[in-house]
Design a protein. Structure first.
Length: 447
């Protein structure tokens, strides 16, 4: 790399000031990419269940991720990559489209509106105020509940858990009898094997544990005749089936107002928590513990959501997997831009992504569920007025098959329990407002 190029990178990313160099930043970008590239397979797999075109969502995932990474890197100069968020895509598919019977076009419009709200809130710092006002127990419970929700989706989709009239759910069969012969139920066994493989690889700090597991299980499925791999690369899928397909008709009627609120609320905690956590790990917080250029980082996240909705994917958010790139030495936006370039390079790999069966992506969802459940450690379980609302939030998400209902019960129970225990003064004004809003929603619109 010549002196002029080095000077350009130095001037824009302030490499020396951040005690890093071009080589370290690019290697850090590769590291982050390997830990999060599973999303280019998992996201279209989840969203295509709504009837959206797999190839178009695949392309939208790659492009929206790249745009988010480019804006974060160039504008905020942070080593944080963005992509469509797990949990948010599950809410989009299973709660809004399948649960409420809403066309995916209307759901995309809800994502678009939530992104626009983010832009306004980020500009006037309302977003920071909202996060700071909410109790830690509810923040952590929401993350943990989404983890269990993802786990249920994975277990159900792979056949590890099946429906039962008497008990609602029961364990799936590890063995099946066909033509009088007992044989292995490979989707179930492979799904659990993939989880064990992912955990083992992660334990030994092998980069790309999730994507290695996905490809390993897919290869096993191919050898067993459970999937077909015709070729790995092909032309870039067309975006036309999902591009600018947002339908705003009826968006502000019925439960869609609540859906917009949930898209906003979940990404609010997810993105802000990730930004603070990763930058703290990188040593980028100032002496007061504040994040410099936070406004730029939040703006990058907001723009990525709006662009992603226009392309045809659910909300884009900063990825906690960016911490792996930070651990590899990434300190500037050059790391994020490297991830963006690699995401664009994946556009030609749609045939490989389409060949991945659902039971091969189930381990990824289960593993992410494990990671998200760790947030429960931060809940004050000794204080029943904190523990009970947190537990209800966590429990209601998988048991009602709704992230939105879990959040609603969490806020309502937090305000009610504090009030009944003569601790109403501990409830922030924002929590009262949100709890009353959810109660009004249930009263006028139902669950």
């Amino acid at each position: 790399m010549d002196t002029q190029q080095k000077s350009l990178f130095e001037c824009w990313f302030k490499l020396s000031e951040n005690h890093t160099n071009v080589r370290t930043e690019i290697l850090a970008g590769f590291t982050t990419f390997l830990t999060m590239c599973y999303i280019i397979i998992v996201n279209p797999s989840v969203l295509s269940l709504t009837g959206m075109d797999f190839g178009a969502v695949f392309a939208a995932t790659c492009i929206s991720s790249a745009i988010g990474c480019f804006i974060m890197g160039a504008l905020a100069n942070y080593p944080i990559a963005l992509a469509p968020g797990m949990g948010l895509n599950a809410y989009f598919t299973f709660s809004v489209v399948k649960g409420m019977g809403v066309p995916w076009q209307v759901a995309l419009a809800a994502v678009f509106v939530s992104g626009c709200i983010f832009i306004v809130f980020s500009t006037f710092k309302v977003r920071e105020m909202l996060v700071n006002a909410l109790p830690m127990s509810l923040k952590m419970a929401i993350a943990s509940g989404i983890g269990l929700f993802l786990a249920l989706i994975a277990l159900k989709g792979s056949g590890v858990v099946v429906a039962n009239e008497a008990t609602l759910l029961t364990m799936g069969d590890f063995f099946v009898i066909k033509d009088g012969v007992k044989s292995v139920n490979f989707p179930v066994v492979l799904a659990l094997s993939g989880l064990f493989l992912t955990i083992t690889l992660d334990y030994y700090h092998i980069r790309g544990a999730i994507i290695i597991s996905i490809f390993t299980i897919t290869l096993c499925a191919w050898r067993l005749g459970l999937t077909e791999i015709t070729h790995v690369a092909d032309s870039i899928p067309s975006l036309q089936p999902t591009f600018m397909q947002m339908d705003f008709n009826g968006l502000f009627q019925g439960g869609m107002v609540a859906a917009i609120f949930v898209f906003f609320l979940v990404d609010l905690f997810d993105s802000t928590g990730t930004l603070v956590g990763v930058t703290h790990r990188a040593g980028l917080l100032d002496e007061k513990g504040h994040l410099p250029r936070l406004k730029n980082a939040l703006f990058a996240d907001s723009i990525a959501i709006v662009v992603g909705a226009g392309l045809g994917t659910s909300s884009t958010t900063p990825y906690i997997e960016s911490a792996s790139g930070v651990a590899a030495g990434g300190r500037t936006g050059l790391t994020a831009i490297t991830v963006g370039v690699l995401m664009l390079a994946c556009l030609w790999l749609s045939p490989l992504a389409k060949a991945v069966p659902s039971f091969a992506t189930a381990p990824a969802l289960l593993y992410i569920g494990v990671q998200m459940m760790r947030s429960a450690i931060e809940i004050d379980w000794k204080d029943i007025t904190e523990a009970a609302p947190a537990f209800l939030t966590i429990a209601f998400m998988p048991f009602t098959y709704s992230i939105a209902d879990g959040i609603a019960i969490g806020f309502i129970s937090y305000a009610a329990i504090k009030l009944l225990c003569n601790r109403a003064k501990d409830v922030p004004v924002m929590v009262w407002f949100v709890a009353l809003a959810w109660l009004a929603k249930f009263w006028f619109l139902g669950a």
